[in-house]
Design a protein around this ligand. Structure first.
Ligand SMILES: [Zn+2]
Length: 259
């Protein structure tokens, strides 16, 4: 039995940042958490996430192409993503979405093309999606309203406004919160975290990125999910136990292949 029945719903154990001590990190997860979900960002990382998921019973994979990688993505890659969805340890399509923050990313139209394509894969396979939305909130809302009927999923590391969050919540979507909600200057994310209905709440680390206080600046790791939950319990005026219980229930409901 792990120490906590808590999930890290979003981490990247495939990242090179874990090359030196991945085994140790995985052992820490086994001892302390109920499980983790590792989304891919392209073909190679999705395949690696699946390998880890098959090697470790407490790891689950998501497969897909991240908006920052779309410049390299082809239509054959989409076919491969869809084929991978039959694997029982693949629990979602992700991470997918739009990223307008960095000018070096693929043109917006190309990002939208592959984002919508992956939403359609979700529709056909019945799997949920894990969404990355950076500085693209307007287009994101429009696409979700128009192209994602019958699809559900989570906005990981949600960074939009409370107003937009209310629109997504009405459509049945979930919200993932991580290290950024422990930063005192993340007013918007903290405001949304305080508001989100408990049955739509997920926790994550986005390891190795987004390290929570008090380890900000160091490499992040899945067991730090506990710090995110402690902070959330304070913000929401509830207990850590209550949030662990409800968020784990949400993970199993949304990612229905997680056992
Ligand atoms: Zn991520």
């Amino acid at each position: 039995m792990p120490r906590l029945q808590l999930f890290d719903s979003h981490c990247h154990l495939d990242c090179a940042d874990f090359n030196e001590d991945r085994e140790i990190i995985l052992e820490e997860i086994r001892e302390n958490l109920a499980g983790v979900i590792n989304p891919g960002s392209d073909g190679a990382s999705s395949r690696y996430a699946m390998e880890l998921a098959h090697q470790y019973p407490f790891v689950w994979a998501a497969v897909g192409w991240h908006p920052e990688e779309i410049a390299r993505c082809t239509e054959e890659d989409m076919t491969q993503v869809e084929t991978w969805c039959t694997d029982p340890k693949v629990v979602a399509i992700g991470e997918i979405g739009l990223d307008y923050y960095n000018d070096e990313n693929a043109p917006h139209d190309l990002q939208k093309k592959y984002f919508i394509w992956q939403l359609q894969i979700a529709k056909r396979t019945g799997l949920p999606v894990i969404i990355h939305d950076r500085e693209a909130h307007g287009d994101m809302l429009a696409i979700i309203q128009k192209e994602a009927k019958g699809v559900t999923g989570v906005f990981h590391c949600y960074s939009g406004s409370l107003e937009t969050a209310k629109e997504f919540a009405k459509l049945g979507w979930y919200f993932g919160f991580g290290g950024s909600t422990t930063f005192k200057n993340s007013k918007k994310a903290r405001e949304v975290l305080a508001w989100v209905p408990e049955e739509r709440l997920l926790f994550e680390t986005d390891s190795p990125y987004m390290t929570p206080v008090p380890f900000r600046g160091k490499r992040n790791k899945p067991t730090f999910t506990e710090l995110v939950v402690k902070n959330a319990a304070e913000l929401r005026n509830t207990t850590v136990d209550e949030l662990i219980k409800s968020s784990t229930k949400n993970v199993k409901k949304l990612f229905f292949r997680v056992k």
